[in-house]
Design a protein around this ligand. Structure first.
Ligand code: GRF
Length: 203
């Protein structure tokens, strides 16, 4: 996002699939430095849509049609997002994989419940417990064409306690997510991130 000439606040679209606790953390942040202009869910009637509605943010649902192709779904998603004219897209518990044509169109950020590149995919806390790691954590990263792969903006570790289950570990990870995601978005909105290949410098 070129910041030098920016006069207005960045417009942020958030994509969700479920409870939206990370969306809530963005809503509750006092110093995001950008405006949440639209929340889009790929699943109807999820709690995250209610959170957005209560905060007065416009919402949309773009659910896949079982009769139609994945490409048609993504095209509908792109149309919906484009209408909000975003500067930044945030995946906050969005469980669908997006193609290059989406993630190369808008800077897109994801929050993931592990220290990537360990445990990419949809079951990170379960896999961390099964592997027996002593430390897991949170990664906030730019999204590229591969799953949970893009340049890392912020990471923070979470210690795995003996007796942790996937649920107890995930709950502690989420408390860190709720701090780290708004922090990363605020850095981007303030023009305080610089991408250089895989490396993201923050100032
Ligand atoms: C979070 O743990 C996030 O890391 C993962 O999905 C979960 C979404 O939670 N990608 P919520 O919908 O924000 O509560």
């Amino acid at each position: 996002m070129p910041q030098a000439a920016r006069v207005s606040r960045p417009r942020i679209v958030v994509l969700i699939s479920g409870s939206g606790s990370n969306l809530q953390a963005l809503i509750d942040s006092d110093d995001l430095g950008g405006d949440l202009v639209l929340v889009v869910s790929d699943r109807p009637a999820v709690a995250g849509l209610d959170r957005a509605g209560r905060a007065g943010i416009e919402t949309a649902t773009v659910a896949p049609d079982p009769e139609d192709s994945r490409a048609a779904w993504e095209m509908a998603l792109v149309d919906t997002v484009a209408q909000a004219n975003p500067d930044l897209v945030v995946l906050a518990g969005f469980m669908k994989i997006l193609s290059g044509s989406f993630v190369n169109r808008w800077p897109t950020v994801n929050v993931h419940p592990s220290l990537l590149p360990a445990f990419p995919g949809a079951h990170a806390p379960e896999e961390a417990i099964a592997w027996g790691v002593k430390v897991s954590g949170v990664t906030v990263h730019f999204v590229d064409e591969q799953v949970d792969n893009g340049p890392i903006i912020l990471q923070e570790s979470v210690v795995v306690e003996s007796g942790d289950t996937a649920d107890t570990l995930h709950a502690r990870i989420q408390t860190v997510e709720h701090r780290l995601l708004p922090q990363a978005i605020a850095l981007i909105c303030a023009g305080r991130t610089q991408r250089d290949g895989r490396h993201v410098r923050t100032q």
